[in-house]
Design a protein around this ligand. Sequence first.
Ligand SMILES: NC(=O)C1=CN([C@@H]2O[C@H](COP(=O)(O)OP(=O)(O)OC[C@H]3O[C@@H](n4cnc5c(N)ncnc54)[C@H](O)[C@@H]3O)[C@@H](O)[C@H]2O)C=CC1
Ligand SMILES: O=C(O)CCC(=O)C(=O)O
Length: 414
Amino acid sequence: MAENLNLFTSTQNVIKEALTKLGYTEEMYELLKEPLRMMTVRIPVKMDDGSVKIFTGYRAQHNDAPGPTKGGVRFHPEVNEEEVKALSMWMTLKAGIVDLPYGGGKGGVICDPRQLSMREIENISRGYVRAISQIVGPTKDIPAPDVYTNSQIMAWMMDEYSRIREFDSPGFITGKPLALGGSHGREKATAQGVTICIHEAAKKRGIEIKGARVIVQGFGNAGSFLSKFMHDAGAKVVGISDAYGGLYDADGLDIDYLLDRRDSFGTITTLFDNTVTNQELLEMDCDILVPAAISNQITAENAHNIKAAIVVEAANGPTTLEATRILSERGILLVPDVLASSGGVTVSYFEWVQNNQGYYWTEEEVNDKLHRNLTKAFDNIYEVAQTRGVNMRLAAYMVGVRRAAEASKFRGWV
Ligand SMILES: NC(=O)C1=CN([C@@H]2O[C@H](COP(=O)(O)OP(=O)(O)OC[C@H]3O[C@@H](n4cnc5c(N)ncnc54)[C@H](O)[C@@H]3O)[C@@H](O)[C@H]2O)C=CC1
Ligand SMILES: O=C(O)CCC(=O)C(=O)O
């Protein structure tokens, strides 16, 4: 039978399993099995050559019982409705895991920013905000960066929203530049969170970070900072990749040089001749493997060939459920996306809190709080996995779904 690569239906399956294990009713699953709201928008954009192009975008709001919904916006040619829905459900789980007063939201626009000018990207960003402005806001649904979106795009979106509402609204969006109410530490937060999870997972497996061989798929916001943190901690980053291929060197790559040369889309391998494919890279020798790019990368096809002892998912949805089962059976410790990549939304929450209170924290304060949240979340999920005899993904779903379920119950929805 063909493997299920549908992110939405496989997420539903695990949510159902988690709710059943926690003793919730079928009605609770009916409520949480898909977003409460899904908006599809069409965005007309004047292109630089004078033509008008219509872009399609989405915003999904999974469950707003715990508080406003929250989650990033992705600009990518492969964005689709089902993926955005699944991404919004994962945001609910992340908020539950790191104990934030949010439900999950997520958005995306089908486009390829690598083929667009800055002006065209700005027009898409502003057009997207105009199109979804009725359903978002600092106390409704708060966007943030994701694949191929960054702090400049957040700034344009914040400006557009503030103009529509006719007041300055820094709390409308997170991941902003520092000059516009961004938080210290947000840019590196996803990678910081992944790093904390790697350290915790390595302790569980008795692996020394110093000298450990690490492969990181993706060299964008998450992957590049993570490579740097691992390198600085004394690990040997032997492989990295981007959308065009991968680089592997058993003696360790020169991470500082690669960081210096990468472009703003996280592209670096196009400067080299001796590249491997992304699929080859995933199967190469290492101790720790970090998929930090896109979904469905570790599947039933290659899960048997993964050499790492630990897989830590910085990306959303990089490992299928069948591959999760195979890795688990092989004794590989998999730290799931909803835990490992929750550092980004954690510091986004800190940014929103700082915007609301109008008083800003130092980078040390932010990093301390992040460290406390993430280690607590890791320990909690590891413990649930051990005591309930389930893998880390199911344990993370069990921990993550509880807050939305309880909030929905107290509101009298179910
Ligand atoms: N930026 C954030 O705060 C957060 C990001 N994530 C997840 O981390 C992953 C990476 O996101 P960012 O680093 O923010 O994005 P980014 O846009 O900064 O970088 C994306 C990287 O993935 C590579 N890539 C794109 N398409 C690819 C393909 N088909 N095959 C292999 N590599 C490909 C790009 O070349 C680039 O190196 C995504 O799954 C995202 O959802 C998760 C939590 C928070
Ligand atoms: O920072 C945020 O609010 C959301 C980050 C995000 O989209 C994610 O964790 O996938």
